[in-house]
Design a protein around this ligand. Structure first.
Ligand SMILES: Nc1ncnc2c1ncn2[C@@H]1O[C@H](COP(=O)(O)OP(=O)(O)OP(=O)(O)O)[C@@H](O)[C@H]1O
Length: 354
């Protein structure tokens, strides 16, 4: 499938140099730490800022071209003419207009008659489950309701691409699932770029994810693959997994300090390859001395921190994190700075090319 939407841009003042593509009907999630450049990429896509170099394309249409490449001409399609809708963290509805008129606004601006715009807006309000609130002003709506109206407004103009910037972050936890369900429905088979800090958004909404770090795409792939076999530190943290990097040696991973971590390798891993080992914290146990008699990796480490993690305690060390029971923490009398031995079965260590 050819990419419907692609950006290949630099924005120097924000140190962003990114190439991102989204296929027709696909949802791509942009993940990454604060300041990584995710919002900058969305802004360049929407036409809210001009890249210093490169292009933004939608199918055959050139939406922006900085004119830096040989033979290229400067091109700039303004935001309203791009066929792209941006859904922000807060609903940003017009306060003086009813929910219906908010949705109808873009349709009217696009040339629809008053009657046609009202009819279509009504259909979209129904689509987002807000038909009963058509006459309400934004101040009479809850945050979740306003966000649903904003989703209806974004979709009513039938954009070719939907951009979503952390749509649930401003909502109470009780209403977020409802709006997430709606987003899941409306992003299905719609070309979408979603910025999120929430692993559940990525898992439920995205076909593919791109991890952004320092303004660059550092990892990209199918959502389930990145969440189970991350190759970037942020990807691993986001997925709640440990990641150790090294080189494939003797059927194991050799860490920079020379220690070996035995695991199950993807068939694609060859001796000498740069590899990453992924280990779930729940697969790591913590001991005061090396355990005997089991086919395990035993690795000396120092406890960096102890923090509650659901019903368990996450023991962070300078090597791996382990999730163990509070009773085990008490039993081991663990404290920060303690030297411990981490044990993990080779079958719980997944080695893949990094
Ligand atoms: N309006 C602005 N003016 C100048 N620099 C900015 C502006 N907004 C962001 N930046 C800078 O650009 C870089 C990328 O920021 P951006 O907001 O795109 O990151 P982000 O990944 O969206 O972060 P967050 O998750 O915190 O929203 C950062 O160094 C940031 O400080």
């Amino acid at each position: 499938m050819s990419p419907t939407f692609s950006l290949d841009i630099t924005v120097r003042r924000r140190d962003v140099d990114a190439h991102v593509t989204v296929d027709d009907g696909e949802t791509l999630a942009l993940l990454g730490p604060n300041g990584a450049g995710k919002s900058t990429i969305l802004a360049a896509a929407a036409g809210l800022l001009r890249p210093d170099t490169g292009t933004v394309r939608l199918g055959d249409r050139l939406l922006s071209d900085a004119g830096d490449a040989v033979g290229s001409t400067r091109t700039w399609v303004p935001p309203h003419a791009r066929g792209i809708a941006l859904l922000a963290q807060d609903a940003r509805l017009f306060p003086h207009l009813s929910a219906l008129d908010n949705v109808a606004f873009g349709l009217r601006a696009g040339g629809a008659s008053r009657r046609d715009a009202a009819q279509r807006a009504g259909r979209w309000l129904k689509e987002v489950g807000m038909a009963a609130y058509a006459g309400r002003r934004p101040r009479e709506l809850s945050g979740g309701q306003a966000q649903k109206v904003a989703i209806g407004r974004a979709l009513a103009v039938e954009p070719a691409v939907l951009l979503i910037d952390e749509p649930l972050s401003a909502l109470d936890v009780e209403v977020a699932p409802d709006v997430r369900d709606l987003l899941r429905r409306v992003t299905h088979e719609r070309t979408t770029i979603l910025v999120t800090h929430d692993v559940l958004d990525a898992a439920l909404l995205a076909d593919r994810v791109a991890v952004i770090h320092g303004g660059r795409v550092v990892e990209e792939g199918e959502t389930s693959l990145v969440l189970s076999r991350p190759t970037s530190d942020f990807g691993a943290r986001f997925a709640g997994l440990n990641l150790i990097r090294g080189v494939a040696a003797e059927g194991a991973l050799r860490m920079p300090d020379g220690r070996l971590l035995h695991g199950v390798a993807d068939s694609a891993v060859d001796e000498g390859d740069a590899v990453a080992a992924v280990v779930a914290p729940s697969a790591v146990s913590v001991h005061l001395d090396a355990p005997h008699g089991s086919p395990r990796n035993s690795l000396a480490a120092t406890v960096v921190d102890l923090e509650p993690h659901g019903h368990l305690v996450r023991v962070r060390t300078d090597l791996l994190s382990a999730d163990i029971t509070p009773a085990a923490v008490a039993d081991l009398r663990l404290a920060r700075g303690d030297r411990v031995v981490l044990a993990v079965k080779a079958t719980e260590v997944h080695l893949h090319r990094a």
